[in-house]
Design a protein around this ligand. Structure first.
Ligand code: DGY
Length: 331
């Protein structure tokens, strides 16, 4: 009897423990090759290791383009990214080669929304400045006027992108006494408005920028949203605005943000995403006391990362069998 041909799966990083154990136990009919260093797979290595792969399980740090697909070869059936965002993947190239793309939607909504709220509160309450004062011995006696932040009670919050994460952010912020939500996106979303409940309206971008006390960026990075927040957009915001981005660094035109911060146009800024990542230590962005930067840890809980890697494995295994992915990018 002819033996079934084994398939080759390339995994570009060590996965969270439970999922790594699943790989290490062995997958029926599949040979796993894996980049296990504690850094993103170098491009040259990626091109080499992709050769002959039937499936690739990658991360948001791995660029999937024509060069990589050429290096992999025509047998490649599926790319499964352990992320909900897929701006690192050249989708038309995959489509033209009939390669399926899997993503990990849903499971990171709560953790990312938590991080967004964390940044809103930390920025509004000047956490970075307070912590630095304590560490640097600048904490004087209690003062009625020192380190005053702002609170969410009766405020207007602008959400850019009322998708799963945007809704989860609005629901969380609502309990802090927000008066009204304005949102932007490709279209008004009645079901999402109902899910949030209370005062929520679709608004044009200009109105959202001018009227919001807090702005949360929760949309995907696309050709339309790239550099959407530039100096001009920051100039329209309230001087006291709390601006938070947990989506993708590329949605913000970073030089414009730096200029706006330098000119004191923004109240406070909280970022979980930047360009590039990691942000160099000498980036001017890190010099502003009212700008707090986290190292892209929006989905960084053990529960969420495990759920993401499990879905990524399920997606890639289905795709290698030529079956429909549980979570395709275009569902
Ligand atoms: C994603 O999955 O796109 C997130 O950015 C990971 O945190």
């Amino acid at each position: 009897m002819a033996s079934l041909q084994r398939q080759r799966l390339l995994v570009t990083r060590t996965l969270p423990q439970a999922s790594q154990a699943r790989l290490d136990k062995g997958l029926e009919g599949v040979d796993v090759v894996q980049w296990k260093e504690d850094c993103a797979i170098p491009r040259a290595e990626f091109l080499k290791m992709a050769k002959g792969a039937d499936g690739i399980l990658c991360l948001l740090t791995d660029k999937i383009d024509a060069e990589l697909l050429d290096a992999a070869g025509p047998q490649l059936k599926v790319v499964s990214t352990m992320s909900v965002g897929f701006d690192h993947v050249h989708v038309p190239e995959l489509t033209s080669r009939n390669v399926a793309l899997g993503i990990t939607p849903g499971v990171l909504t709560e953790a990312t929304a938590d991080t967004t709220v964390l940044l809103v509160l930390a920025s509004a309450r000047r956490l970075r400045e307070g912590m630095s004062a304590v560490i640097n011995g600048e904490w004087g006696t209690w003062s009625p006027t020192w380190l005053l932040g702002s609170q969410l009670t009766d405020k207007t919050v602008g959400i850019v992108g009322l998708g799963r994460i945007g809704v989860a952010v609005a629901k969380r912020l609502k309990v802090f006494g927000v008066q009204k939500f304005l949102y932007q996106g490709t279209r008004p979303k009645k079901e999402s408005e109902e899910e949030v409940g209370g005062a929520i309206e679709f608004a044009d971008m200009d109105r959202l920028l001018r009227e919001s006390d807090v702005i949360c960026v929760c949309c995907a990075l696309t050709d339309k949203t790239k550099n959407m927040f530039d100096y001009n957009a920051f100039s329209k915001m309230k001087k006291s605005v709390v601006f938070v981005n947990t989506a993708r660094g590329g949605i913000v035109e970073q030089d414009g943000l730096i200029r706006a911060l330098r000119e004191g146009k923004l109240g406070s800024v909280g970022l979980d995403v930047t360009v590039p990542e990691p942000l160099p230590k000498d980036s001017e962005l890190l010099s502003f006391p009212n700008c707090l930067v986290l190292p892209h840890i929006g989905s960084g809980t053990l529960e969420t990362r495990t759920a993401m890697s499990e879905i990524a494995i399920d997606n890639v295994l289905k795709g290698m069998k030529g079956e429909r992915l549980p979570f395709p990018h275009d569902a």
